[in-house]
Design a protein around this ligand. Structure first.
Ligand code: ME8
Length: 639
């Protein structure tokens, strides 16, 4: 970090407005908050932006399922997310929403500008699209069975007239930029990943959609909506007032800014390290940002997901064990770039060891000793009394240096480790100096005062250093010590004399880990809904069904219905028409050729004017559906 840094602009990814934020993605927001708070304490003029990614097919479909409009859905989720950040003590200066006019009108101008200068052109696209990730994939990128390589869900075949962003044109310039800016992507391993991706050859990026409407329209061709990533990435400059009359923030924090940091998770690296800088080149906007790419918080059983039932939400933890404990855990357990584990066992262990014992006890013991031996007063000693005095003084200074080095480079875990080494050293210092022995000897009053002063100074410095991570605990300690959180006071020996509070509450009350784990298990069990089955049937009842394998010969969408497909199915030597409610999950072309299971003796019915002679079997969850496929020839019996 340049010591003369005057401004800092830090951003989180803008979260999809499709669901609740869990502790994994709240990590990005908490870690950015930590960086913003640290910079403000350093006197740097800091602007912290977060927000919501509100467009795209995923949102449109989620709204449809809930029976509300996309705007209603995003308003609801944005309201909940803003409230969450407030509860988590997040100090963002702005919250950008991509459905806001201040954003969307600038995105339209951004698109038209790239179109006018030829970096965006009209073509046509046929490919495999993942709705969940809002991304197209080439055949070679697809996973097993045509699944999305990022999230593993099935992709869909889509063909449409579309606009493309010319990535090829900028590929060499981008490689050159990455090589000449070694700090651009951190950590290094992520940079290498990007470089090899670019070197493997960039395809032009499809940047518009016609298959849905919930997005920002291309002004000159309104049947197209702008690709959600072009829309979303632009937030980093639209929020600052780029391309508007009031662009003071854009000029100050972006164009002339000293440090611009985008914090992202590893899964959205390509978008930020390739598409975003290329967009900026095409717009002639300076690329002066750095990317800090973090890993993921994983659970014992892997990725957090609703279907695994292992989701943990930040307020579950914060409301029970305190916000600072949650922030401490998330910040201290993840080294930049690697994944980390969240388990309640480990969280409780860290809570008791690092917070209640190491930090909490140091503070409460020190305050109580200063009161007991000196009626709450500490005075700077005129000399050292023990060999460990100098050691503790030097370690305090050394820790402050390491702390700055780590925090300014976004290596928060390293900074926290150093601070806890100092805390550990101070606890050891109490055992070494044995204040309770010194107190018995009136001749050792000065030495005892010196011990108290050393402890006071360590705690005072610790309180300041942990402030960005644990703002509440830090302010409490500062109040106990009758001092301020002010970085100009960092350093050993900056206070001549002071009076501490008479009594202090425990900063972190030790947890009974076994009891806590039991309570969690009980709560989980109570919340689990027992599987409910339909009334029993007999084997004779079941034998009434004539289930057969059928081959889908043709498929088409039923006009005026967004749910139904009309299928021609061959069962042995007979061909049937079946109307099936699977249109949201399958394109007609995907169904052709499939061997599915058909209830062949179902009484025929008219559905929206089309005759349906049978039913195909499918498995479904709340948001997914898969038809049951077999490999045997059509006509085969299923029982
Ligand atoms: O990707 N641990 O939004 P998003 C840590 N809208 N980080 C995690 C995580 C976990 N378990 N799970 C998710 C988007 N994340 C886009 C961003 S920016 C212009 C558009 C992180 O809500 C994930 O890596 O799916 C990403 O950085 C962030 O949460 C937002 O994810």
């Amino acid at each position: 970090m340049s010591e003369n840094k005057k401004t800092c602009y830090v951003t989180t990814p803008i979260y999809y407005a499709s669901g609740n934020v869990h502790i994994g993605n709240s990590y990005s927001t908490i870690v950015c908050d930590c960086f913003a708070r640290y910079n403000r304490l350093k006197g740097v003029d800091t602007f912290y932006l977060t927000g919501m990614d509100e467009h795209g097919l995923k949102i449109e479909e989620a709204a449809k399922k809930q029976g509300i409009t996309p705007q209603e859905l995003v308003d609801k989720v944005a309201g909940e997310t803003k409230a969450l950040w407030k509860n988590l003590n997040i100090t963002n200066d702005d919250f950008i929403r991509t459905s806001e006019k201040r954003h969307s009108e600038k995105v339209q101008r951004i698109f038209e500008k790239m179109l006018a200068n030829g970096d965006i052109y009209l073509g046509s696209y046929e490919g495999d699209y993942c709705v969940s990730c809002e991304a197209y994939f080439t055949k070679t990128q697809l996973g097993e069975g045509g699944t999305c390589p990022d999230c593993g869900k099935p992709t869909r075949k889509v063909k449409e007239e579309a606009y493309f962003l010319n990535l090829k044109k900028y590929s060499d310039r981008l490689l050159d930029f990455i090589e000449t800016h070694p700090d651009f992507i951190q950590p290094e391993s992520r940079k290498n990943e990007v470089v090899s991706f670019i070197k493997s050859g960039l395809e032009d990026l499809c940047v518009s959609r016609t298959s849905f409407t919930w997005g920002i329209q291309v002004p000159s061709n309104p049947k197209h909506v702008i690709y959600v990533w072009i829309d979303a990435l632009s937030n980093y400059i639209t929020a600052l007032g780029y391309d508007s009359e009031d662009d003071a923030k854009y000029q100050k924090y972006w164009v002339n800014g000293d440090e611009v940091v985008h914090v992202i998770g590893k899964d959205i690296l390509r978008f930020h390290a390739i598409y975003w800088p290329i967009m900026l080149m095409a717009l002639d906007v300076p690329i002066n940002f750095k990317l800090y790419v973090h890993g993921w918080y994983l659970m014992k059983d892997g990725k957090m997901s609703k279907s695994r039932g292992n989701m943990v939400y930040p307020m579950d933890v914060a409301s029970k064990y305190g916000l600072d404990a949650l922030r401490y855990y998330l910040i201290s357990q993840m080294p930049l770039g690697n994944d980390a584990l969240f388990t309640y066992d480990r969280f409780f262990e860290k809570f008791n060891t690092n917070l209640a014992n190491d930090l909490g006890n140091l503070v409460s013991r020190t305050i109580s000793m200063i009161n007991k031996y000196f009626l709450g007063e500490v005075k700077k000693p005129t000399k050292d009394y023990f060999s460990f005095d100098k050691e503790l003084e030097d370690l305090t200074e050394e820790t402050i240096n390491k702390y700055h080095e780590a925090f300014s480079a976004f290596r928060f875990q390293n900074g926290i480790i150093s601070v806890w080494e100092l805390i550990g050293r101070a606890n050891k210092y109490i055992d070494e100096t044995e204040p309770w022995v010194l107190a018995k000897d009136p001749e050792k009053r000065d030495a005892l005062n010196s011990v108290m002063y050393h402890l006071y100074e360590v705690i005072r410095n610790v309180a300041m250093m942990i402030n960005p991570v644990m703002p509440d605990a830090s302010s409490k300690i500062a109040t106990y010590l009758n001092t301020n959180i002010d970085f100009s006071l960092l350093g050993y020996g900056k206070i001549e004399s002071n009076k501490v509070v008479e009594k202090c509450d425990a900063l972190f009350k030790r947890l009974d880990i076994e009891a806590e784990l039991k309570a969690l298990d009980a709560a989980k069990e109570a919340s689990e809904v027992k599987e409910v089955f339909k009334d029993e049937i007999t084997i004779e009842d079941f034998a009434k069904l004539d289930l057969r394998v059928g081959e889908v010969l043709e498929a088409r969408k039923l006009e005026k219905s967004d749910k139904l497909l009309v299928l021609k199915i061959k069962i042995g030597n007979s061909v049937r028409q079946v109307v099936s409610g699977i249109s949201k999950f399958y394109e007609p072309s995907e169904m052709v050729g499939k061997h599915v299971v058909v209830v062949a003796n179902l009484k025929s019915a008219m559905l929206r004017g089309e005759k349906s002679e049978g039913m195909i079997l499918a498995a479904s969850t709340d948001d997914k559906l898969e038809v049951i496929e077999v490999k045997l020839p059509s006509g085969s019996k299923v029982s």
